[in-house]
Design a protein around this ligand. Structure first.
Ligand code: GAL
Length: 397
């Protein structure tokens, strides 16, 4: 008998004893009870990079509440790279004492007292991307420390990993977090390098699918960073891998950081909601304009992102620069985004057959940005969409 056959036989035997067994080879979903809908929150990186401090994070927590972001569903406040400086002789990670004089636990308590949750960042290699101490070899010690501090979310990066294997490395930290006894959202950030959508459902709650987002419509950096439309194009085809507890992550939001127009930011935000993407704001919410706040807190568009069915939308039609993206929602309706990537105002149509309805079906249409009912349509819906703009509707039979 070959080794594989012996293993199969053993598997069947144990399945007889434990009827909960899955067929051999089937991927289990990570069952940490987290991120049943895409996580919503704020992260320091896109706007502040290494310029993080306890003062900043506390002010952001205050602004989360005062701006209505918390009421709109944003929950996690995540400090990205640079909060840590070294390890002590016992191997414990040391936070930057100048920037975080009261310590990380006190900061977590402050955030929790506001009804928000607290996230932190580390790296699967020896060093983070900004050359701070990574978690390699310290996974269980770090996870225990995070739990003691009251961390609710870990973003785990992929710099300085040499020949490490993604799945193996991220699984170690997954196990360490489980062992810590504190439920934490686990956010994988290996930039899509090993196609994590194929394996990470069992390991993390979200996984980055691309290199870093840049605050621009369509720029491309030689080191791999890219603007909104390039990231969007790379999500096409990944939709079947997402679902409650395990999401594709097209990276954090750039909405409000100044490199795009308000129209472009509305498109960026809308498409992230169609994609069931994590909504992690990356701007300075303490001083954002009313137009930016209006984008980030539009409850009807956010409801699309947070829909309980958890089905990621996809591109259903592309005619040159004009695209239709659609997403099925739990109540049987469809959220549809008409996206104009061109330079001229254009008419875009979504046919019922594009979104999985029979042509004869009458359906009501609601414009989610205008928050206005547009009446009934049969067979198709069309709208004139400005350059780089979007019209998002909910179509309900
Ligand atoms: C990158 C990551 C960014 C940010 C940065 C910090 O690898 O993709 O989102 O975390 O590292 O150094």
């Amino acid at each position: 008998m070959t080794r594989t056959n012996t293993l199969r036989l053993l598997h069947s035997f144990f399945c007889l004893l434990f009827i909960t067994c899955l067929p051999a080879g089937e991927l289990r979903a990570l069952d940490n009870g987290q991120a049943k809908t895409p996580p919503m929150g704020w992260n320091s990186w896109n706007k502040f990079a290494c310029n993080v401090s306890e003062e900043l994070i506390k002010q952001i927590a205050d602004a989360m509440v005062s701006t209505g972001m918390k009421d709109a569903g944003y929950q996690y406040i995540v400090i990205d790279d640079c909060w840590q400086v070294d390890r002590d002789s016992q191997g414990n990670i040391i936070p930057d004492g100048k920037r975080f004089p009261s310590g990380i636990k006190a900061l977590a308590d402050y955030i929790h007292a506001k009804g928000l949750k607290f996230g932190i960042y580390s790296d699967a290699g020896t060093l983070t991307c900004q050359k701070r101490s990574g978690s390699r070899g310290y996974e269980f010690q770090d996870a225990r420390q995070y739990a003691a501090w009251g961390v609710d979310y870990l973003k785990y990066d992929w710099c300085s990993t040499s020949t490490q294997n993604q799945q193996a490395s991220y699984s170690i930290m997954r196990d360490a977090l489980v062992k810590s006894g504190r439920p934490m959202v686990f956010s994988l950030c290996e930039w899509g390098s090993s196609k994590p959508w194929l394996w990470a459902r069992d390991v993390g709650n979200l996984w980055r699918t691309t290199g870093d987002i840049q605050d621009c419509w369509d720029c491309q950096r030689d080191w791999g960073g890219m603007g909104f439309v390039h990231i969007l194009d790379l999500q096409d085809g990944l939709e079947s891998y997402a679902g409650p507890g395990h999401w594709n992550d097209p990276d954090m939001l750039e909405v409000g950081n100044g490199g795009m127009t308000t129209t472009e930011y509305r498109s960026h935000f809308s498409l992230w909601c169609i994609l069931a993407a994590p909504l992690i704001a990356g701007n300075d919410i303490r001083s954002m304009s009313p137009e930016i706040a209006e984008i980030l807190t539009n409850k009807e568009v956010i409801a699309v992102d947070q829909d309980q069915l958890g089905m990621q939308g996809r591109r259903v039609k592309r005619e040159g620069e004009l695209e239709v993206w659609a997403r099925q929602l739990a109540d049987g309706s469809r959220a549809v985004a008409l996206l104009n990537r061109g330079t001229a105002e254009s008419k875009i149509s979504a046919k019922w057959s594009d979104i999985g309805y029979p042509d004869y079906l009458p359906a009501s249409v609601r414009d989610l940005w205008a928050m206005k009912d547009l009446g009934k349509r049969t067979g198709s819906f069309s709208a004139t969409v400005g350059s780089h703009g979007v019209v998002v509707v909910k179509i309900k039979p």
